[in-house]
Design a binder for this molecule. Sequence first.
Ligand SMILES: [Zn+2]
Length: 121
Amino acid sequence: MLWGRESLTVPTDLGTWSTPAWLTTDLLLLDLWREYQDTLCPGCGDPIASHAGKTYHDYSSAAFVCPAQIALDKAQTQQAKRDGHKDAKTNPERARTWVMGPRQFISDYTAAMKKLLTKEG
Ligand SMILES: [Zn+2]
């Protein structure tokens, strides 16, 4: 959106550009969106104000390992070896997704994931 705002152009159809179709309300909405984005922590995306008075002790993290991504990692490593990259190795980080947040959130998240991964979940 910002590219269109800077040039005041908008795509009208494939390959054709027109000027200017930005309404005052469009620009106002973009300004508000930008102002809102400026209130978010660039690290975690939560409102910066939510970090007020907190340290890393107030937060936790957990990792989820996707078995389907493990299979993909293994297949890609085997293919790399067939392609001549004899030193290719699997990388467990490819299948691991980290989440972070307040300790209670991570505790609840971990419990919910365990429940979903059981047959009863
Ligand atoms: Zn943050």
